[in-house]
Design a protein around this ligand. Structure first.
Ligand SMILES: [Zn+2]
Length: 326
């Protein structure tokens, strides 16, 4: 059973008599004690002995998971580091402890920064919608007085003109007003499907990858490693949110209206597609360099195919039925 490979610094087998602590496979937690070859017999993961044995290698220099004492700093360092996936995934090893809690917190911060970036546009949409609704309410109220037949219908269905206006053109702080803004405003109507898709994308990808995991030898790879690969690859919402923030600010300064004029909206859509492509590329690099899967490209391609079809179905449903809900 023992296969002796050429000993080098990375592959020479450890002196197990000198090692007291449990040494487990970083990916599947199989007990590696007494093994000579740096390859897990359970999940097939190949590693270098020093990465697994040396405690000083377990702390990443800036990774968000490892530096709760400097959250803001490690958040931005991790976000920037991930933009260079080859370097990033070469610096991170499965033997370095992982934390689902910190990964979910990282995702929460990404969404927070993105929504902060969209905040200016939402504020503009709220102001514009409210302006229009005030005008519509006035027109409807005037028409109510002049059209007696319509007056009868409104009173029969709503009880009063006020109840009718509140149902058709709600005002803040009515939650329906804010929901209507998302469907009424051009910008949000265009980008809401992208936004919702983005929020679902990493979790659908994780599900798809877990399905593939069953059919492969890597079935015992712990879920946290899949989550880690996906979350760090899909943090692009930060950059999209910040781009919208800068564009909104620049347009506001130039035109004092903050409406993202025509060339900017298609530009933003192209940016979303490019960044989405980069995220998939990053995930492929993560599967190749970090998990060291044997068919990383096909695995990622298949998972993204599944997620894409699901999201496409969701967006079509949205257009066919979703809008009629409001
Ligand atoms: Zn293993």
């Amino acid at each position: 059973m023992t296969s002796i490979s050429e000993p080098t610094a990375a592959t020479s087998s450890p002196d197990w008599n000198m090692i007291q602590e449990d040494i487990l496979c970083p990916l599947c937690e199989y007990d590696l004690r007494m093994l000579t070859e740096p390859r897990c017999p359970e999940c097939g993961y190949r590693f270098d002995w020093p990465d697994v044995l040396d405690p000083s290698r377990r702390l990443h220099r800036y990774l968000f998971e490892h530096h709760p004492e400097r959250n803001w700093w490690s958040f931005w360092k991790t976000a920037l580091g991930g933009l260079r996936p080859r370097k990033f995934w070469a610096s991170l090893q499965p033997a370095q402890p992982s934390s689902v809690k910190r990964l979910i917190l990282y995702w929460g911060l990404i969404v927070g920064v993105m929504l902060f970036g969209l905040g200016g546009q939402f504020g503009r949409a709220v102001i514009n919608t409210q302006k229009d609704f005030v005008a519509y309410r006035a027109t409807s109220a005037a028409y109510f007085k002049s059209a007696s037949q319509w007056k009868t219908t409104v009173l029969a269905q709503h009880g009063s003109i006020q109840a009718y206006l509140d149902s058709q053109y709600p005002e803040p702080p009515d939650i329906r007003f804010f929901l209507i803004v998302l469907f009424y405003d051009d910008f949000f109507r265009t980008f809401l499907p992208f936004l919702v898709s983005y929020l679902l994308w990493p979790w659908l990808t994780i599900l798809a990858l877990l399905v593939f995991r069953w059919s492969m030898r890597s079935a015992r790879v712990k879920t946290v490693h899949v989550i880690r690969c996906v979350i760090y690859s899909f943090d692009i919402g930060i950059w999209i949110g910040l781009t919208v923030l800068v564009a909104t600010g620049a347009v506001y300064v130039a035109t004092s209206s903050a409406v993202l004029i025509l060339p900017l909206q298609p530009g933003l859509a192209v940016l979303c597609l490019l960044m989405g492509g980069h995220a998939v590329y990053r995930l492929w690099i993560a599967y190749r360099k970090y998990l060291k899967f044997s068919h990383p490209f096909l695995t990622i391609l298949a998972s993204q195919g599944m997620v894409f079809l699901f999201l496409l179905w969701l967006i079509l449903e949205w257009h066919l039925r979703g809008r009629t809900l409001i």
